[in-house]
Design a protein around this ligand. Structure first.
Ligand SMILES: Cc1ncc(COP(=O)(O)O)c(C=O)c1O
Length: 379
């Protein structure tokens, strides 16, 4: 049997929506993007959404919109994809890592205040694998120290914690519609915020700092545009938005199926002494973006390869990024500095998780994992 690591969920309705745009006049940022942004805001319960080309772009622009600049420091964790910390560097600032909690792999909020200096301007929590960080505590700390909070919600569109959604307590929440995300346009992203001024600024920053986009220039009486600030070319287009509309409508249905699959995995692995799962806290709805298991570090790579030999698609999300060459060389990060992130990064394996996964495939993955992990003791 072959179980792919990921299969997208694009169906005929999604294809029809894209064809409709392709048969229309306007391919770049226009009405369909506006429609998606409105519907995404409504889904989240947030006032504004600005569609961009990736979550990396969303993070970069959010940091700029909140005035992060060279010399500033932004606190985040190394247990994430490099996009999180790279976006801080793109804004000219320095990523300051702190360690994560062992049970969730999310930022350890008790370590935040110890990392704050006179240069700290923002906190960038990552809602890893779909479970939100403790936004109530993060907001309190940020308010006390006058810091912005930019949420990396790439994994967490459907999540909530203590009834709080992404973008509700943060100053901005950034989402990804990358090829393997819960809803996807191949590449794509968005920022959601309740701050109208920031949303307006983000709309300019995503398009070179221009005061008017192409749709505003074309469909109304011609008005000249100005360049008000230095922006980037990060605008979402109508084709990407068309691909997302129907997925957004079905997002809870897709989540439900991933939740079922995660529960099957959790039940199967709960009493397994050779491996561990991260916890979803009782006050938390995980968006269930990834399902990861933790195995002994010295067994991780051989386990990955044995699962692959059985036709099971696997991945590593993530090795702690402070140990990557660029981060070691540029910021003198070393092994031993973030022990929990390192341990998770050395132990983690991501299993297949997507709505199209059948129960038969799930059972095949479970059996594969059990067979490999129970053979650890044997030569
Ligand atoms: C935690 C996290 N943040 C940010 C990103 C960046 O997303 P994008 O590929 O849309 O730029 C990713 C993408 O995989 C991610 O996993």
């Amino acid at each position: 049997m072959k179980v792919e690591f990921y299969k997208h969920n694009i169906g005929q309705q999604d294809i029809d929506n894209v064809v409709e745009v392709l048969n229309s006049l306007f391919l770049t940022t226009g009405e369909v993007v506006n429609e998606f942004e409105d519907k995404f805001s409504r889904y989240l319960g947030c006032r504004h959404t600005v569609g961009v080309t990736s979550c990396t772009a969303a993070l970069h622009l959010s940091l700029l919109a909140y005035g992060i600049r060279p010399g500033d420091e932004v606190i985040t964790t190394p247990m994430t994809f490099i996009a999180t910390a790279n976006s801080i560097i793109h804004a000219g600032a320095t990523p300051v890592f702190i360690d994560v909690e062992p049970d969730t792999a999310n930022i350890d909020v008790d370590l935040i205040e110890g990392a704050i200096t006179s240069r700290t301007k923002a906190i960038l929590p990552v809602h890893l694998y779909g479970q939100m960080c403790d936004m109530k505590k993060i907001r309190q700390i940020a308010d006390k120290h006058h810091l912005a909070v930019i949420e990396d919600a790439a994994h967490a569109i459907e999540a909530s914690r203590d009834g709080i959604r992404p973008g509700e307590l943060g100053d901005a929440a950034c989402f990804s519609f990358y090829a393997t995300k819960n809803i996807t346009s191949g590449e794509g992203g968005a920022v959601s915020t309740n701050n109208e001024e920031i949303a307006e600024k983000l709309k300019k920053l995503r398009l070179h700092g221009m005061s008017k986009g192409a749709a505003e220039r074309y469909f109304r009486r011609y008005e000249h545009w100005d360049m008000e600030m230095l922006g980037w070319k990060y605008n979402m287009d109508n084709i990407q938005a068309a691909l997302l509309l129907n997925q957004l409508e079905n997002i809870e249905k897709y989540w439900q199926r991933r939740e079922e699959i995660c529960r099957l995995y959790e039940e199967a692995f709960m009493y397994d002494s050779q491996l561990a799962c991260l916890k979803v806290l009782p006050n938390s709805k995980s968006a269930r973006h990834m399902f990861t298991i933790l195995v002994p570090p010295e067994k991780r790579d051989s386990t990955l390869w044995q699962l692959q030999e059985r036709g099971i698609g696997v991945a590593v999300n993530y090795k702690s990024i402070h140990l990557l060459s660029y981060y070691r060389e540029t910021y003198s990060y070393k092994r031993g500095m973030f022990r929990i992130a390192e341990k998770i990064g050395d132990s983690t394996i991501t299993l297949p998780l997507y709505p199209k996964l059948t129960n038969e495939e799930v059972q095949y993955v479970i059996k594969g994992v059990k067979d490999v992990t129970t053979s650890y003791g044997k030569v």
